[in-house]
Design a protein around this ligand. Sequence first.
Ligand code: MF3
Ligand code: CO
Ligand code: CO
Length: 368
Amino acid sequence: MGGFGGTKRDSFPYTGKVRPGVQSPKRQIPSSIVKPDYADDGRPKARGPVLPWQVEVKSAKDIEGMRVAGRIAREVLDAAGRMVAPGVTTDAIDALVTEESIKRGAYPSPLNYHNFPKSCCTSVNEVICHGIPDSSVLKDGDVVNIDITCYYGGYHGDCSEMFLVGEVDEAGKQLVKVTHDCWQAAMDYCAPGKPFSGIGAVIEDYIKPYGYQSVREFCGHGIGKVFHTNPNILHYRNNEPGKMEVGNVFTIEPMICEGTFRHIMWNDAWTATTKDGRRSAQFEHTLLVTPTGVEPFTARLPTSNPFFWEADDYVEPAAAIASAKPPSRPAAPSKPPASDKGFSAASASAAKKKAAVAKKATSKKKKR
Ligand code: MF3
Ligand code: CO
Ligand code: CO
């Protein structure tokens, strides 16, 4: 990434090369679009079930509505992915996401969700999740996750994919493919009666041979009329209670790291990057539990952007790249942030504000 923002004096202990850029003015959504309850003041009001082990069973009407919302999110994600190229700003992607959502009568769910400033998340290289679109420019060799959620007909549909910018090195490609494949394995595991906790075990077992780590601080989530609700879907081995039932709807969205799963939060209180500056990848679907498995509401279409390994001339590398030891790389910043939550102690009030945002157990921050 590059862009104007990087030239500002900024003493934050960034862990890699990605820097915040300049954000464009807030995008306006026409009044004809039905908005979620947080669109004006940033605060979601509708809640799902109160007790963490209660997971909603969707009605036939909910399911039909969510299928439509999921399909819209998919179309918008595909359109966003087609823009990915060296020289494109993440803000330009966000502009298209806003326009394509509106075109379909949908509200881009991230916009003003707990005051998130943009319509989608663009997370480049060491950014784990919740990267904010801005003047930063995608550059040759980057990997970027675009995360799209659309609100339509009273329901949210949530999905994300990785995109390669120009030519990406083999280690980066392997990270993306293994992340995709562990996510697929987790979806294959799902069926009525299966414990939610098994999802994390499948993912951990899948990535282990590569030396990768799965992020613990952010998780998948129930979704429907509410953006983030029960259950929490942990992407690492866990003992959470609960079994899948036909009619449950939730996301699986593992964030897989080349190195440490630990993160550091930028001063914008959203952008989470790896603590060691190495890359992280993620894929996401919104899934309905059916009698035989899961149906992705955000399923890929025949027109979706092919993955790099689907190209006719793709040859799988002969040997896996073990990632446990980074190549040679400068040591971690000498001044780590004061708190383990990654909130640097910039100012007491700023830190307090950030803590308040983090506590809301919303932006799919794990509920504790
Ligand atoms: N789409 C993200 C998820 O997968 C959530 C983004 S919250 C936002 O759950 F506020 F950052 F948009
Ligand atoms: Co998402
Ligand atoms: Co999600």
